[in-house]
Design a protein around this ligand. Sequence first.
Ligand code: 5GP
Length: 199
Amino acid sequence: MGNSAGQLVIVSGPSGAGKTTLLQRVFQECPLPLVPSISATTRQPRPGEQEGVDYHFLSREEFARRRDAGDFLETCEVYGQGDWYGTLLSEVTPSLAAGKWVVLEIDVRGTKEVLLHYPQALTIFVQPGTLDELERRLRDRGTENAASLERRLAVARRELESADIYRYRVTNDTIDRAAREICDILSQANLQQAGEVTG
Ligand code: 5GP
């Protein structure tokens, strides 16, 4: 990050913890120059998902080509089923240089990789109330078949065990409260950063 005033923010949490909706609220309401990093993925778009908005949807060949070309900050095969996800450098470096706060919604392994390059990143773990609640949310969303649901729950259990590598943990009990908490965390970090710059 060097001298730029930009900041990298990493948000993780089990699939179904409501991260995406929660982050949308944070983007709407938090008075910081937040921009989302749009990840690349090889998984199929869900109904309603848009290219370049929710993800950059790439074929496996294109993903591999861009990985080999060094286009990614990190890549990860999230569910061990051949679907790849990754953060493109082009989503991160120009925005940081422009002083933006770039928000990455990535998994725990991706976070560890990014922290090697940006140890000062603000890391936030969004946790559901309970695993039962998580399972109910995933079922209600209706986007997963039984095998996919099981895989997501298995990854969720593993991710919950990794929550302690994150600097902050936020329970997504209600969106309003959790969004306010995330905004407070970021605003506090902004004040601290400003304090460090001015003396
Ligand atoms: P979904 O398929 O539900 O959109 O995302 C599944 C999981 O992939 C999420 O938990 C999310 O954190 C993770 N993910 C999304 N984009 C990236 C990325 O660019 N890198 C990594 N490492 N994980 C990602």
